[in-house]
Design a protein around this ligand. Structure first.
Ligand code: ADP
Ligand code: MG
Length: 336
């Protein structure tokens, strides 16, 4: 079915029909604005814009995965504040040759993650566009108080959840397969790219236990995001390269420049945080409850020392660039 046949309002009607309202929603899709019950906790607001050709390429991003990822990257921002996500607003620019089922696939991807993370889709906006674009706006709350980027102190330990480098290697594999990889490894790495996992449980638990002094999610690359959190905290940091957690599929993959992916590759959506050394034992204790690896990879140092990555012999390594920057980066990641 074509979009022309059902029109903008027919499409909205279909989105509304397939969306169930959840916790706190008095009026969802269908009125002039959504109406929700106010939380008795600090509110969090975050938004992300995804453009075809800049953030994704429809050749290798199925629409289901794109919907999934759109929500995941926003969930990750709420996780990085130690919050709980609640309400989602989705605005779409849709090329006229899209089929109705394409958009329904996209929303299926969103719903599959929304229902699991307690998020209600409560509204949005729809327009025709030359290229597909998506803007997601997510509201959450922080019952234990938000964790900002700015609380790190010299001497703090630096931790990261999960593994790094998978997503950017996965993207490279989607762009063009090089080398001989195991099929299961390719599937793991490309799935890490197309359907990232937001570390919501870890984020809220760290906030509840007051274990994270400063936190950010790794979206643009470890070094770059570390630089953000250090700048906000007025500190520097060192990373021990050998301690960076890598997945088995990543380690097994035959790739050139393998050191670059975990340091500079983006979109892993793991949590990066500073914690007091005296909280090491407490962190150790709750690790089991987290169900996700949490690895100590460095330390907070005075601002004057900047950000350094030390190799196995303790020598600083040179990096061509810290990570992704939309206005500086030469390589267009998602153009065909
Ligand atoms: P308005 O003209 O007041 O902006 P719309 O006709 O654009 O109203 O939207 C009608 C209802 O449908 C609103 O509740 C709006 O939030 C919702 N909506 C519109 N587009 C989308 C979309 N892509 N996804 C979810 N909800 C949508
Ligand atoms: Mg509108």
């Amino acid at each position: 079915m074509n979009l022309r046949e059902i029109g903008e309002f027919g499409l909205i009607e279909r989105i509304k029909k397939s969306t169930s309202t959840g916790r706190g929603v008095v009026l969802g899709i269908g009125d002039d604005a959504a109406w929700v019950k106010a939380e008795k906790a600090p509110l969090l607001f975050t938004s992300d814009l995804l453009l075809e050709g800049v953030h994704f390429n429809l050749k290798w991003n199925p629409l289901f995965d794109l919907g999934y990822k759109t929500l995941a990257v926003n969930l990750s921002d709420i996780a990085a504040m130690g919050g709980i996500p609640d309400y989602l607003i989705m605005s779409l620019g849709i090329p006229i040759d899209f089929k109705v089922k394409d958009i329904e696939e996209f929303y299926r991807g969103i719903r599959s993650l929304a229902s699991r993370s307690g998020v209600s889709l409560v509204g949005g906006d729809t327009s025709a566009a030359n290229r597909f674009f998506v803007s997601a706006f997510l509201v959450g709350h922080a019952p234990f108080g938000p964790v900002s980027r700015s609380g790190a102190k010299v001497g703090d330990d630096l931790y990261v959840t999960g593994t790094l480098g998978d997503s950017s290697l996965g993207l490279d594999l989607l762009r063009k397969s090089r080398g001989r990889h195991r099929q299961t490894d390719v599937r793991f790495l490309t799935t890490r790219h197309r359907r990232p996992t937001a570390r919501l449980r870890v984020g809220t638990l760290l906030a509840k236990e007051k274990l994270a002094r400063a936190m950010i999610d790794v979206s643009d690359g470890l070094v770059q995001d570390l630089a953000h959190i250090c700048k906000a905290s007025g500190t520097g940091a060192i990373i021990w390269q050998d301690s960076i957690p890598l997945s088995r599929p990543f380690r097994r993959s035959p790739v050139p420049n393998r050191a670059c992916y975990p340091l500079m590759g983006g979109e892993d959506y793991e949590l990066l945080f500073f914690s007091r050394p005296r909280d090491r034992m407490r962190l150790q204790k709750i690790r089991k409850r987290l169900n996700v690896p949490v690895t100590r990879i460095g330390r907070c140092v005075p601002a004057g020392q900047g950000i350094k990555v030390l190799d196995g012999e303790g020598k600083p390594i040179k990096l061509p660039q810290p990570g992704y920057d939309h206005f500086k980066f030469k390589r267009r990641l998602y153009s065909a």
